[in-house]
Design a protein around this ligand. Structure first.
Ligand code: NAG
Ligand code: NAG
Ligand code: NAG
Ligand code: NAG
Ligand code: NAG
Length: 763
């Protein structure tokens, strides 16, 4: 006869139709009454007690992302790899049902569009919905508790296929975005019980997929300490040090000669020693990045790769190199069991912090279920995130469309887009409202003609498109780029509009009808020709707008909502790709580099970072009496009580925002700082130091935006990576283009604000 325990175990491990996630049984299972299940012990003590029960073979078998657990201990299989970039997403740990309950999850816009809203509360709310739905999936056995999101590498080069996954090119924007996002995902800053564990990726200097024969699997990113500290790392510092993320993913590329996942300067010196990434937190490799050590010519064989990864502090291998090679590495004496158990202890103590080893009744998130997924408020938030991010680049007054316009021709490859609106790392949306569907439900008589695809030499569809356009009151062309040209594994080589799309727009622009171009994609395409063409009346950037993208776009076109999003990337002239190779990681101007991002680009962008028009007009002013002189020594003395000096207050600037136009609108206040004599040359063009989105400002109304600025934002980073406050003259620039400036002076002597560690390891 079978014992009850055996029956329970057999049920636990019976294979359902999907690889169901399970919690260990801390009441009746073999771990009950051990320290592992003792809620009064520390997470580390509980994890250590668990790992101490493993044999060496059991340890090694649990070092890859897809773990078998330890059946004899009642430790179920666990998949470390789930995804949720902008909603619970398809991945090895996530299982959508084919129909009914758990067959979909709210699909928010791609991060780059959400970032363009410049709304911190929005990001926190979106992340809160994502973690709620993720937990509900987990409770149903349909997801893990660890999600390999967000992607916070700054969008350095417009060609990058994954720039769409990020909050854009600016490190300050990236830092604020991730600080808010992680709180929503993990359930606060370092809560006793994590809601889910997020994973900031890709650590570090990763922003190239495959460009002209340079693959991410072997690319060595050569980055100066100044650029590393000033540009590539701030979003990670915010994620790790300030938002206290539970995990980090090291990247495929090498940094200054050492693969990221073997790089002790990155993984130990900065992450753990400087930023306090402690024992309940862990590092995963990007998937198969450990075996890529061979492509980097860093090691000769896989046992050496596995040992190098563990010894550097890469705790789990997304891949199979650890599981397949750590026994050989032990035999070869490259590492010992203690090294492996240190990593496993970090991993399991994180699961302890997720309540994995605790009874459901005592856990705050274990009651979430299908009724918590796709709620009406979550659906509304997906719409809100899209509409807030939409960014108006050009408008001669054609938008909002006049009430007399009844018949719309929707033309172009995005006119009836559905799943395309989701972009990279998508799940199954509960519904997808294309622009065409939204136009029809908005009461327009809408015709549709694709006309052309994103990139083709076939012009056979032009005639039908022109005929549809001729019969309409207004023409909406919806195109740009999509995942066929920008995607994981695929960088662009051109940033121009494709000729076929431009040719069709040119034919449409000859019809003398209102013509609006809606430009899609996470990376920009050079709009110069459309900006130049007075018959193209308006241009609206829509990124990857998610499940309610069509509705959001139509609500802006017809004037239900005034747009207020701002570009989070520079829109470069098409020739930019010929001026600097993608492999050049440097940011400043040199003989072979026109400079990167709005901070250093020396050319004239087609549309500048921060561009974004409204249907109303605003008058801006700094409050009377705004301070004009600050003593560096007083600022530093007053800042001593802050957790970190770079986060200490510099000042909070009050700005009056007056809606001087005729319609209500949100307004994003963007505040930059500039100096031409403080600290070492060369000086950045300007630096974003604060922003605020003020909602629903009525015509005639004046509101005050309060723009907090930290010492770290005013400080300048030197060649060693450390930041200093320098005496000299500065200007605050409000809005893009600059609407009003305020000058101030820093007096006293230069003071060091941050200390960047020295890299003693790299070449
Ligand atoms: C745990 O300990 C309690 C109290 O000693 C006992 O009743 C229970 O059977 C034990 N559970 C297991 C699974 O050993
Ligand atoms: C689907 O979820 C609802 C709400 O939780 C529940 O009442 C219902 O029983 C579930 N249906 C199935 C088939 O599990
Ligand atoms: C295991 O190796 C580490 C160095 O990687 C060393 O510090 C430690 O003492 C070793 N432990 C044992 C038990 O040999
Ligand atoms: C628009 O797309 C939807 C969803 O793919 C499809 O069902 C519909 O037929 C398309 N409409 C037209 C007019 O092609
Ligand atoms: C824009 O117009 C100017 C002046 O007509 C012209 O010189 C320039 O080539 C045009 N640029 C593009 C991209 O069409």
């Amino acid at each position: 006869m079978l014992t009850p325990l055996f029956v329970a175990l057999a049920l636990l491990f019976a294979s359902p139709t999907w690889a169901q996630q399970q919690f260990p049984d801390c009441v009746n299972g073999p771990l009950a009454n051990t320290t592992v299940c003792d809620t009064s012990a520390t997470p580390t003590a509980r994890a250590k007690a668990l790992v101490a029960m493993f044999t060496t073979a059991e340890m090694i078998s649990n070092t890859d992302n897809g773990t078998p657990g330890v059946p004899r201990l009642g430790l179920p299989p666990y998949q470390w790899w789930s995804e949720a970039l902008h909603g619970v997403a398809g991945s090895p740990g996530v299982f959508f049902a084919s129909s009914g309950n758990f067959s979909s999850a709210t699909s928010f816009p791609g991060p780059i569009l959400m970032s363009a809203a410049f709304d911190d509360e929005l990001i926190k709310e979106v992340a809160t919905v994502v973690s709620t739905e993720a937990r509900a999936f987990d409770n149903a056995g349909r997801a893990g508790l660890d999600f390999f999101t967000p992607n916070i590498n700054p969008f350095r080069d417009p060609r990058w296929g994954r720039g769409q996954e990020t909050p854009g090119e600016d490190p300050f924007r990236g830092a604020q975005y991730v600080f808010n996002l992680i709180q929503g995902l993990q359930g606060g800053i370092d809560p006793a019980t994590f809601k889910i564990v997020a994973d900031c990726k890709h650590w570090a200097g990763y922003d190239l997929e495959n460009w002209e024969g340079n693959s991410r699997h072997s690319f060595n990113a050569v980055i100066s300490q100044q650029d590393l500290s000033e540009y590539y790392l701030p979003s990670f510092q915010s994620c790790v040090r300030d938002a206290k993320v539970g995990s980090v993913m090291c990247s495929y590329n090498a940094v200054n000669g050492i693969p990221s996942c073997a790089n002790t300067f990155l993984l130990q010196t900065i992450l753990r020693d400087t930023w306090g990434f402690d024992q309940d937190r862990w590092v995963t490799s990007d998937c198969d990045a450990i075996s890529d050590f061979i492509n980097h010519n860093y090691v000769a064989d896989l046992p050496h790769a596995a040992a190098a990864g563990i010894l550097a502090g890469t705790d789990v291998d997304c891949g199979s190199t650890y599981g397949d090679n750590l026994q050989a590495a032990l035999t070869m004496g490259l590492l010992n069991e203690t090294d492996i158990s240190a990593s496993l202890t970090r991993l399991y103590s994180s699961l302890v912090r997720l309540g994995y080893f605790d009874p459901a009744a005592s856990q705050p998130y274990r009651q979430l279920g299908w009724t918590d997924v796709n709620t009406p408020s979550a659906q509304n938030l997906a719409y809100q995130a899209a509409v807030e991010g939409l960014t108006l680049l050009k408008n001669d007054g054609t938008l909002p469309l006049s009430k007399s316009i009844k018949k719309l021709a929707l033309i172009g490859p995005w006119a009836n887009a559905t799943t395309s609106m989701q972009g990279n790392y998508a799940g199954v949306a509960p519904f997808l409202i294309s622009p065409l569907m939204a136009a029809q439900s908005a009461g327009f008589s809408a015709t549709y003609s694709e006309g052309t695809t994103i990139d083709t030499t076939d012009t056979s569809g032009f005639a039908a498109a022109v005929t549809a356009a001729q019969a309409a009151d207004a023409i909406i062309f919806l195109g740009g780029i999509d995942n066929s040209v920008e995607a994981e594994g695929n960088d662009r080589t051109a940033i121009a509009w494709t000729g076929n799309q431009l040719d069709l727009v040119s034919q449409l622009s000859a019809l003398s009808k209102p013509l609006v171009v809606v430009q899609f994609g996470g990376g920009q395409v050079d709009d110069a020709a459309l900006k130049n063409n007075s018959a193209v009346n308006s241009i609206l950037w829509a990124g990857y707008p998610g499940q309610s993208g069509g509705t959001a776009i139509l609500d802006v076109l017809k004037g239900k909502v005034s747009p207020a999003g701002r570009l989070v990337t520079t829109q470069y002239p098409a020739d930019y790709v010929n001026e600097v190779p993608m492999t050049d990681m440097s940011l400043r101007v040199s003989s072979s580099n026109p400079g990167r991002t709005y901070k250093w680009y020396s050319g004239v962008p087609t549309f500048e970072f921060g561009t974004g028009l409204s249907f109303t007009s605003f008058a801006l002013n700094f409050a009377p009496g705004t301070t004009t002189t600050y003593s560096i020594q007083s600022l530093v003395a007053n800042g001593k009580s802050a957790a970190h000096l770079d986060l200490a207050a510099f000042d909070t600037f009050s700005v009056s925002v007056h809606n001087s136009g005729k319609v209500a609108s949100d307004f994003v206040s963007l505040l930059f700082v500039k100096t031409t004599n403080a600290g070492p040359a060369p000086f950045p063009n300007k630096v974003l130091v604060s922003y605020a989105r003020t909602k629903g400002i009525a015509p005639g109304q004046s509101v005050t935006a309060r723009l907090a600025v930290t010492l770290g934002s005013i400080a300048r980073v030197g060649t060693d990576g450390s930041a200093w406050l320098y005496p000299g003259d500065y200007s605050l620039l409000l809005d893009v283009p600059t609407a009003v400036t305020h000058n101030f002076r820093l007096t006293g002597s230069a003071a060091q604000i941050t200390h960047f560690p020295v890299d003693t390891e790299s070449s």
